[in-house]
Design a protein around this ligand. Sequence first.
Ligand code: MF3
Ligand code: CO
Ligand code: CO
Length: 289
Amino acid sequence: MVFGRNSQCWCGSGLKYKNCHEAFDEKIAEFKRLGYKVPGHEIIKTPEQIAGTKKSAVINMACLDYVGKHIKAGITTQDIDDWVSKITKDMGGTPATLGYEGFPKSVCTSINSQVCHGIPSEEDVLEDGDIINVDCTTILDGYYADSSRMFMIGDVAPEAKKLVEDVHEAVRVGLAAVKPWKTLGDMGHAVNEFCKSKGYSVVREIGGHGVGLDFHEDPWVSYVTEPNTEMVMAPGLMFTIEPMVNMGKPDIFIDAENDWTVYTDDDSLSAQWEVQLVVTDDGYDLISW
Ligand code: MF3
Ligand code: CO
Ligand code: CO
């Protein structure tokens, strides 16, 4: 045994191990014996880490709230970048995407057939009828908050509006499947079945991720999974639900000029909402949305 039963728990609670995470560790060991993927201690968040991430999320959501109030036809995606950059810094945070693996801006803005990782630009003027995903990630005191929302510009075609609303619902369907000691595969399967029932397809190559102490931690979170597969959702596991959903085929390609922006292969519309959550003893706690 790594921890004496009377010594302090590894989670930093200050409690004795036997009164804190001992039962948790036994349960993890049992799932592991049964062949499940299980989280290591390093990705299980402590109460202190959860509180820190929530503070970071206050900034992240303030950015998205501001975008929601001011986004309209005629502005550029660079304007959105300027807003996010200023609000984040004014509130004491740092935009996580700026310089992340060479990404040049403080937020991702993905319009219409852009699936994700759109780069803000003075040349991209929002037009009546556009749908756009704004994906914001904040660092505060080393803690990462990551969430994204869709916005509709002016008069949007009914099928585009439906896609945006259905994908929001898909995230709620995913959240409803987040239950302690069930699997990420259960959650992803619920999302995929819902999207398929609406006639859409879920992007396979890009998904969600563990998050909190780093931008992208284990586990990788797919939404094209089978039930009872993938990592066990142990309490303290923090991750995103962020399905990218295409109106047409699931296939995508990456812009060869900037090596970032992902598009639908068939030019169909794509939508995505992202929430960040932590698994609790009786469900989940939303961190950022
Ligand atoms: N925020 C995105 C996510 O949800 C990641 C963007 S990475 C970037 O995982 F480099 F493109 F900004
Ligand atoms: Co994001
Ligand atoms: Co994310």
